[in-house]
Ligand binder design. Structure first.
Ligand code: DQA
Length: 156
């Protein structure tokens, strides 16, 4: 009979991407870079694996669907990374969902939103985030995974 492991496996990190990020790589590459979202996902899988962690990677152009994803993370994620894209600047509903989470939440932006137009300087999501990584392009996702790995290690 197979031996039962008493080591509980850490739940995956949920990585959520908001509107227009499906077009990453071709969308304003001078602002967001040439890396596609599929490549970001691959990089995140590898980075998480280097910490012994797994990920669930998602993208949606729809605010309500993002709210559904955040709610799902309540019970099925060890931590959440979210690039809310344009909804970060407008969505109280996504913030409300995030505020129900009891897991670390890292807000990620490829660009430094504070160097851009004034309407991008406010992020509702920041109010619910444990930490924020911005301005590092696709690398920012990897640094956010590193941060989450440290936080999770500390809470074990
Ligand atoms: C973004 C910044 C937002 O202002 C913008 O609406 C995006 C992408 C970023 O990753 O830099 O769609 O979240």
């Amino acid at each position: 009979m197979a031996k039962k492991s008493n080591q509980s496996k850490t739940l995956p990190i949920h990585i959520l991407n908001g509107p227009n990020l499906n077009l990453l790589g071709t969308r304003e590459p001078e602002v967001y870079g040439h890396t596609t979202l599929a490549q970001v996902e691959k990089m995140c899988v590898a980075q998480a694996a280097s910490h012994g962690l797994s990920i669930v990677f998602r993208q949606s152009n729809h605010e309500g669907e993002i709210v559904d994803f955040v709610q799902e993370a309540r019970t099925s994620a060890s931590a959440m990374l979210i690039n809310p894209a344009g909804y970060g600047h407008t969505s109280v509903a996504i913030l409300d969902a995030i505020q129900m989470l009891k897991i670390p939440v890292i807000e990620v932006h490829l660009s430094n939103i504070h160097r851009r137009e004034p309407f991008r300087h406010l992020s509702y999501v920041s109010k619910g985030a444990t930490g924020i990584v911005m301005g590092l392009g696709a690398q920012g996702y990897l640094r956010a995974i590193d941060a989450v790995a440290e936080i999770l290690k500390g809470s074990k």
